[in-house]
Design a protein around this ligand. Structure first.
Ligand SMILES: C[S@@+](CC[C@H](N)C(=O)[O-])C[C@H]1O[C@@H](n2cnc3c(N)ncnc32)[C@H](O)[C@@H]1O
Length: 459
């Protein structure tokens, strides 16, 4: 039996093909050779014998049968494929049936493919997406597929992202280093940061400065475990890495936190967030650059040392903590900082230069700021220093955990643009209402979006 012989029988298109198959029914090797060498299937080919092989007990044979049935391109087979998807036990066979359905590129397959988007097998979902992408551009299909960006499987997410949300497919379309997308400028999104970032193109922000939630030390953030909290931050900063421009900076303000004791019989627990976060950031492609210590006046912090002051017993020493870290990282690159700086024109570099006094060492003494609505706001002075030292005029500055939006406000004042996300509606509304000492025009220019509105704004 040769390939040529199989081709001859195929062209003859009489019972001799079915006879050959029947003769080899018990020989899986021969059968798969026949099925694998049928090649193109001409119009009018009698494929009825192939249907009978759909019950064959070897799954490779069933896959080959489906591959050939897919080439027949007949809408009469829609029901056949559908039955296989619903009844075959092998996921490989099911996937091939979905693929065959998709290859029909026919309107009548749409409903079945749409239903398959709910399948538990992510590969089937991906095959169904492929089939539906034939109808890309149709409103219902596009809307349904775009929603899959929130699918729990990363493979599904990445297909959708590539099809609908990928920016700058090649370097030609890439924005110049100092530029960013206008739909991100001066925008505040009321959403979970991970959901919002799905819609943010690669390499669009110049600087991120943020103070993440303090594990479970405040009521606005509850995580099932410290591990889950760190994993969450890992995801946020990996996404931040993706949206950060080459060689640009991430500065994270953290400090160890205390989760209060459950009762007098237990002790409170201290979590070393900056030290645990460091390894996660480095693994995520961030290069460690500096640790800056933010020092607060002692009168402004909680008095922890009071007990010791009384009893003076060793082991019971708990100093007042007057410092927090600013952990400085750069998106890993082979390029030197000079490369980044040379991307800006002469005027921008001149205007962005830091005038007068500046911090000569890594201890910055700044008073904390309290706020009536938000329990942990950045002092504007801290934002000012970070923005001035780590960005240029016109840059886009990002805060994934915006809170009361201090960073955005200061960024604007310093001639930069901001993009903020904040999950809590209370703080989002606060940002909207807040009467900051900023000109009305600038307030008017800020766009406050729900996640849906943000998605709409990208169209
Ligand atoms: C430490 S505060 C930041 C305060 C901010 N630096 C300021 O100046 O107001 C952290 C903020 O992150 C927000 N947050 C917590 N989880 C979030 C998430 N998954 N997505 C977006 N924001 C979140 C909290 O609601 C809180 O307002």
């Amino acid at each position: 039996m040769t390939k040529e012989y199989i081709q001859q029988l195929k062209i003859k298109n009489d019972s001799s093909f079915a006879n050959l198959v029947n003769e080899n029914l018990s020989n899986v090797g021969n059968l798969s050779f026949i099925l694998g060498n049928i090649g193109h299937i001409q119009k009018g080919f009698d494929y009825s014998w192939l249907l009978e092989l759909l019950d064959y007990d070897n799954e490779t044979i069933r896959v080959l049968v489906l591959k050939n049935l897919g080439k027949v391109k007949s809408t009469n087979l829609i029901q056949v494929f559908y039955n296989v998807i619903n009844s075959d036990k092998s996921t490989l066979v099911k996937r091939e049936a979905v693929s065959a359905l998709g290859r029909l590129r026919n309107e009548q397959t749409k409903d079945i493919l749409l239903k398959l988007l709910e399948n538990e097998d992510p590969k089937i979902v991906c095959q169904a997406i492929r089939g539906l992408l034939v109808f890309k551009g149709e409103k219902q299909i596009d809307e349904t597929l775009k929603k899959l960006l929130d699918h729990e499987n990363e493979m599904v997410q990445s297909v959708i992202k590539k099809e609908y949300f990928s920016s700058a497919k090649n370097t030609k379309d890439r924005l110049k280093h100092p530029e960013t997308y206008s739909f991100l400028k001066n925008v505040i999104v009321n959403a979970d940061v991970l959901k919002a970032l799905k819609y943010v193109p690669d390499e669009s922000v110049h600087l991120t400065f943020t103070s993440p939630p303090y594990y479970n030390a405040r009521d606005y953030s509850i995580y099932p475990s410290y591990e889950a909290y760190l994993q969450f931050l890992g995801k946020v900063f990996t996404e931040t890495h993706r949206i950060t421009k080459e060689g640009r900076f991430l500065i994270v303000n953290t400090s160890p936190v205390i989760v209060p004791r459950v009762s007098r019989a237990h002790s409170s627990k201290r979590y070393p967030i900056p030290f645990d976060l460091h390894a996660i950031l480095v693994k995520g492609g961030w290069e460690f650059i500096d640790d800056i210590v933010w020092e607060k006046p002692e009168y402004s912090v909680k008095n922890r040392v009071g007990g010791f002051q009384q009893h003076r017993k060793p082991l019971g020493y708990k100093p007042n903590t007057i410092t927090e870290y600013l952990m400085v990282y750069r998106k890993q690159t082979d390029k030197l900082l000079d490369w980044n700086i040379h991307q800006y024109d002469y005027d921008t570099v001149e205007k962005s230069k830091i005038k007068g006094d500046f911090d000569t060492n890594n201890i910055w003494q700044i008073c904390p700021k309290s706020d009536k609505i938000h329990p942990a706001v950045f002092p504007a002075e801290l934002c000012k220093r970070v923005i001035q030292y780590y960005s240029y005029i016109g840059d886009l500055i990002f805060d994934p955990f915006a809170g009361s939006g201090t960073l955005g406000y200061v960024a604007k004042k310093l001639g930069r643009n901001f993009f903020l996300t904040e999950k809590d509606e209370k703080y989002f509304e606060y940002m909207k209402s807040y009467k900051r000492e900023i000109s009305d025009d600038e307030v008017k220019n800020t766009k406050f979006f729900t996640l849906e509105q943000f998605k709409e704004s990208l169209k």
